[in-house]
Design a protein around this ligand. Structure first.
Ligand SMILES: Nc1ncnc2c1ncn2[C@@H]1O[C@H](COP(=O)(O)OP(=O)(O)O)[C@@H](O)[C@H]1O
Ligand code: SF4
Ligand SMILES: [Mg+2]
Length: 328
């Protein structure tokens, strides 16, 4: 087991009230495994990832409960200095927007090289050679020439490759990629995603891939965790979810993927909006939008129940959902 998040709770205390962003998240990632985390905007995907990385905005954020076990250690019990050593060297993060994550006044070679100087005690010259090597690894053409260029001199896709190179530099055991291709053109998205998936396999890293694009997930992920209102509502191996979802929210997400064989038909959309995190509805948070909701859903919170050894669903009626969505 590489990473296990247990019953994690995160709140944001603002002037307007307390936003309950993460409300008991459980997920795990094994060595060499890719976990895709899905869910609409505001469901707590990034906040959970920031808590794992130790980069949560505290205050206003506050971790109010849970454990984050990484390679056997509870990260929430480490001192900031120990935590900093884990970050970068043992786990690294790739963000959506490379331009604001890279330093605009340093050449990419200096930024990549810095990692080796600080963490590996290399000389400038050795670090520069490593930077070129990394840029070649993420297939940036003419890396030896471009190592002196600044972030703004690269295209969006190339910049995202540089972010990937930064994350990979120290060969961490875990990478968290938070919507890594969302800001890119569609054609470039696929190339960057392919590269990331290939490097993940080659280096046998754990990967948490946060995305709202179910389309890319099928090709790259081993498992899926679906989030809603700060909880995991379903988690299962990818092929099980595609075959038949065991949660109405997952089913809604799947039904809203555009399909080539349904061209021209109106696309399904889950009705309504995600809840206000300062006023999450009682019972199942999804109940106001759920086509299968019953009375119990409005008063009791469904536990994340075991569907089978490898699968969980937080729905009282997962059996009905599974039967209903099984395709012959
Ligand atoms: N810095 C912050 N200050 C206040 N509230 C925040 C902050 N970051 C996140 N939140 C709250 O947490 C919720 C979940 O955010 P996030 O995890 O970023 O969602 P997503 O699933 O889209 O990544 C947001 O809707 C917001 O209410
Ligand atoms: S518990 Fe009820 S409201 Fe929630 S997803 Fe299941 S059927 Fe829908
Ligand atoms: Mg996010």
């Amino acid at each position: 087991m590489l990473l296990e998040v247990r019953d994690l709770h995160v709140e944001f205390r603002t002037r307007d009230g307390v936003a309950k962003a993460v409300n008991g998240v459980d997920y795990r990632v094994d060595k060499g495994e890719t976990l895709a985390v899905l869910g609409e905007s505001g469901s707590g995907k990034s906040v959970t990832a920031q808590a794992v990385m130790g980069i949560l905005d505290i205050p206003p954020g506050k971790i109010t409960g849970g454990e984050i076990l990484f390679q056997g250690k509870d990260l929430l019990k480490l001192k900031e200095e120990e935590r900093r050593k884990v970050r970068g060297a043992e786990m690294a993060m790739i963000f959506q927007d490379a331009l604001s994550s890279l330093n605009p006044v340093l050449s990419v070679g200096d930024q990549l090289g810095e990692m080796f100087i600080v963490h590996r005690g290399m000389s400038r010259k050795e670090a520069r050679a490593k930077a070129v090597e990394l840029m070649e690894h993420v297939r940036i053409p003419a890396a030896a020439d471009r190592v002196r260029d600044y972030p703004h001199q690269f295209s969006g896709g190339m910049r995202q490759r540089i972010m990937i190179a930064m994350a990979l530099a120290l060969e961490p055991a875990l990478i968290i990629a938070d919507e890594p291709t969302t800001a890119l053109d569609v054609t470039v998205q696929a190339q960057v995603m392919d590269l990331l998936a290939e490097l993940q396999r080659e280096l046998h890293m754990g990967l948490i891939l946060i995305t709202h694009d179910l389309g890319v997930v099928a090709d790259v992920a081993d498992r899926i965790a679906v989030m809603y209102a700060g909880r995991i509502v379903e988690t299962a191996p990818v092929h099980d979810i595609y075959k038949a979802p065991a949660h109405p929210y997952t089913k809604g997400l799947l039904d809203s993927i555009p399909r080539l064989d349904q061209k021209g038909q109106e696309l399904y959309a889950i009705k309504g909006l995600p809840p206000n995190l300062m006023h999450i509805p009682p019972g199942c948070a999804f109940n106001p939008r759920c086509p299968m909701a019953q009375d119990i859903c409005r008063s009791e919170v469904p536990p994340l129940a075991e569907v089978d050894a490898d699968r969980r669903s937080a729905c009282f009626f997962w059996r009905e959902c599974l039967d209903d969505s099984s395709r012959p």
